[in-house]
Design a protein around this ligand. Structure first.
Ligand code: SAM
Ligand code: SF4
Length: 360
């Protein structure tokens, strides 16, 4: 196993070397490719780390009804391994890390992880995506540890509907968590809302209404296919349909300027405090400007949310790889990143992990 691993690694390092000379660069802008630059010139500065596969909710679009087979604890990244991986990526240019899962607030060492991430030189932003269930208990400590940005997932403003979607109670607690986030000065509070036809698409204008007096940044996410989530194209509400629906009520609802790597398309009702974002992974992919990489809770580097190729950094670390060899392994994986994902229909037929095991 040990030998095999190093054989793969040396093979990978050779490939890294050979790919370096074939990276297309404009003559007037000759830049040597970095470890985190892929063959299409995309530089990856944003790392999403899944801290756990477990969750205290069972959202229908994320978790298969029969549950998921959890990786045994000894195979999940330890606190030190999470920090080691973070340090390696920051050294190579990552400036933003988002903690996700599963549900990251389940992890007992969360405060410790955030506190230590914030000590890494060069890391500018530590963000977290959470279902918000335990924010009233944890957010003060998380903020003290240094949590900069908070996304709370909320798909409905109706408590009884929440229970159907999440297969658990908890809507009031999430709302209290969001309220606390405002009180603690998170500005904006970002809300992730997966829109599904005939489930919550009748609430789209209610979510827009939230932005009237408060700096909510509501992100409508197109429903995406993952193994086990019974994805059906008929349940997907596209970006275009969402905009049309909102414009029926607010004809002057308008797009805002986006930053180059934004995955969300920002819009606003003029005069409203907050704004709306659309995450259009399905109808208008943003692969061309993708700057994200993902680490699963069991320590695999996943270069594309919709790709099923993974490389185990956990095994490499546990096999006592040097930092240089780890960096070569990461670089080779990044260089294998495809230009774009396989297209909406192909994705739905492709084997991939369930979302809960990838980390959103
Ligand atoms: N448990 C946390 C939460 O719910 O915010 C973090 C993990 S969750 C996998 C991250 C994000 O992925 C959530 O905002 C969730 O709504 C989104 N998500 C999960 N499954 C999805 C799907 N099939 N399509 C679109 N978004 C999805
Ligand atoms: Fe849990 Fe988040 Fe998935 Fe819902 S979306 S089941 S809260 S991981």
């Amino acid at each position: 196993m040990h030998k095999l691993f190093f054989r793969i690694l040396s093979d990978v390092s050779k490939r890294t070397f050979s790919t370096k000379i074939s990276v297309p660069v404009a003559k007037e802008d000759v830049k040597l490719p970095t470890v985190l630059t892929d063959l299409f010139g995309r530089n990856h500065t944003y790392l999403r780390i899944s801290l756990t596969e477990k969750c205290n909710l069972r959202c229908k679009y994320c978790m298969p009804a029969e549950g998921v087979k959890l990786t045994e604890n000894s195979k999940l990244l330890t606190t030190d391994e999470v920090l080691k991986i973070a340090e390696l990526f920051v050294k190579e240019g990552v400036t933003k890390i988002r903690l996700t899962g599963g549900e990251p607030t389940i992890r007992r060492d969360l405060v410790d992880i955030i506190y230590n991430l914030k000590k890494i030189d060069g890391l500018q932003i530590v963000a977290m995506t959470t279902n918000g269930l335990v924010l009233t208990k944890q957010l003060v400590s998380l903020q003290k540890a240094g949590l900069d940005i908070l996304n709370v997932s909320l798909d409905t403003l109706k408590p009884e509907r929440y229970e159907v979607m999440a297969r658990r109670k908890g809507w009031q607690r999430v709302m209290m968590g969001i309220d606390l986030a405002f009180q603690l000065g998170y500005n904006p509070v970002k809300i992730n809302c997966v829109m599904m036809k005939d489930f919550n698409d009748d609430e789209i204008c209610d979510f827009v209404e939230l932005t009237r007096d408060k700096n909510f940044d509501v992100r409508f996410i197109e429903y995406m296919p993952f193994t086990g989530n019974k994805w059906d194209v008929k349940k997907m509400v596209s970006y275009k349909d969402m905009v049309n629906k909102i414009r029926q009520k607010w004809p002057d609802f308008s797009p805002l300027e986006n930053n180059p790597n934004d995955t969300s398309k920002a819009w606003k009702v003029p005069g409203y405090e907050g704004q709306i974002g659309f995450i259009t992974s399905m109808s208008d992919h943003f692969c061309g400007s993708c700057n994200r990489l993902r680490i699963t809770a069991d320590g695999n580097l996943k270069v594309c949310l919709f790709g099923n190729t993974e490389v185990s950094l956990r095994d490499a670390i546990r096999n006592k790889c040097s930092d240089d060899d780890l960096t070569a392994l990461i670089s080779a994986a990044v260089k294998r990143k495809k230009k774009q994902h396989a297209g909406m229909m192909n994705i739905s037929q492709m084997a991939n992990r369930p979302m809960i095991l990838i980390g959103g």
